[in-house]
Design a protein around this ligand. Structure first.
Ligand code: PMP
Length: 362
């Protein structure tokens, strides 16, 4: 058995029971692990679906150029889809994106246009405005527009939703998912609610984002906006792709709790996941008292942890942010034995002793 191309491996990600991190929960929790996609995130689904819809509607023609404002997962997935389908891919990114992220995008053949990270969305220099300008000027180009193009919702309506329904054999009672563009949340929720309107949809938002307040009041409250660290969830605009009517409860989570929760998922479940997965898991902890033993909770984990090694998986970064105290640092239970072995070979292997000490903090 083989696949015609890597694109055929998108979707059908596993649903994994979280029995260690959730061992004190009376209810069942499953993680839908989107890191199993070839581009290691849920954005593979929208990149493939939205590009194919644009091909069908004639918005994208052979040899055309795909444009998007993104420094994250969507950029990587679009670069991958473009490579296989023979399109050019131009991504506008903010200057905040790390060199590793830019290298990832370039390695798949995308052109990367760097824009000021502190520009307001309406500013002509912002990465949104730049993408729109490029789309106007480059002939035969297609601007994906993941915040406002409703095919984003459709991608998850046709794939993520049916997969979760099938994988839980219709037993799901709660769906917990971060909202950024809203596509993952809305598309999956719409499908699930059509199968069983009693399924509760729990949106996850960041402190510093306007989404939850908008859901509560219908008002765009600028006062809610301030910088935060979690990547991928929350917004400072109201995207079309958040269908607020589908959401039964919206939970806000902090940078600190989410960072510690994703580290716990790695240590206890062996799942190296992105920062927003910690946010989604933290939301489950926040609502746990509302849940009954018969409940079946599915929590969506959007991406892989490899893109966050310098952040949430880096103790120094955690300490700089004030997310971790010295005494919370992990210590190997074998520190004493390891130290003893090294003592014997101190002179010969001094360098390695120093490096081991650093990594084990012994
Ligand atoms: N987590 C991560 C890591 C993301 O990149 C995104 C997308 N911005 C989300 C969560 C939220 O997904 P969506 O845009 O579908 O709401």
């Amino acid at each position: 058995m083989y696949y015609e191309s890597v694109l055929e491996t998108i979707g059908n990600t596993p649903l994994i029971k979280l029995s260690r991190i959730g061992n004190e929960f009376p209810f069942t929790v499953f993680g839908k692990v989107e890191a199993f996609n070839p581009g290691q995130s849920a954005k593979d689904r929208i990149a493939l679906y939205m590009v194919e819809q644009a091909e069908k509607s004639g918005k994208l023609k052979p040899g055309g150029t795909i444009i998007e404002a993104t420094s994250g997962n969507t950029g990587y997935s679009l670069a991958m889809v473009s490579a296989l389908k023979g399109y050019h891919c131009v991504l506008t990114v903010t200057s905040k994106a790390s060199p590793e992220k830019l290298a990832l995008l370039r390695s798949l053949g995308a052109d990367v246009v760097i824009c000021p990270g502190d520009a307001e969305p309406e500013d002509p220099g912002s990465y949104y405005s730049r993408a729109e300008q490029l789309a106007r000027e480059i002939p035969n180009s297609f601007y994906l527009g993941q915040n406002f193009n409703l095919d984003n919702i459709q991608a998850h309506y046709h794939t993520t939703g049916p997969e979760i329904w099938r994988q839980t054999e219709g037993r799901i009672t709660h769906y917990v998912c971060c909202a950024g563009t809203g596509g993952t949340l809305s598309g999956t929720a719409r499908y699930l609610k059509e199968q069983n309107p009693n399924i509760r949809i729990i949106g996850v938002d960041a402190y510093g984002s306007v989404l939850k307040r908008y859901w509560e009041t219908g008002l765009f409250d600028k006062e809610e906006i301030y910088p935060y660290k979690i990547e991928g969830l929350g917004k400072t605009i109201i995207p079309n792709n958040v269908d607020f009517d589908l959401i039964d409860d919206f939970v806000k989570v902090t940078d600190r709790h989410s960072a510690n929760r994703v580290r716990q998922l790695a240590r206890q479940e062996g799942l190296l996941l992105g920062y927003s997965a910690g946010a989604a898991m933290q939301a489950v902890f926040k609502i746990r008292r509302q849940l009954r033993p018969s409940d079946v909770v599915v929590v969506l984990f959007s991406d892989h942890g490899s893109r966050y090694l310098g952040k949430v998986y880096n103790d120094e970064w955690m300490k700089q942010q004030g997310f971790m105290r010295e005494e919370d640092e992990w210590q190997s239970p074998y520190s004493h034995t390891i130290r003893k072995i090294y003592r014997t070979y101190r002179m010969k292997y001094k360098r390695y002793l120093r490096q081991t000490r650093q990594s084990l903090r012994i």
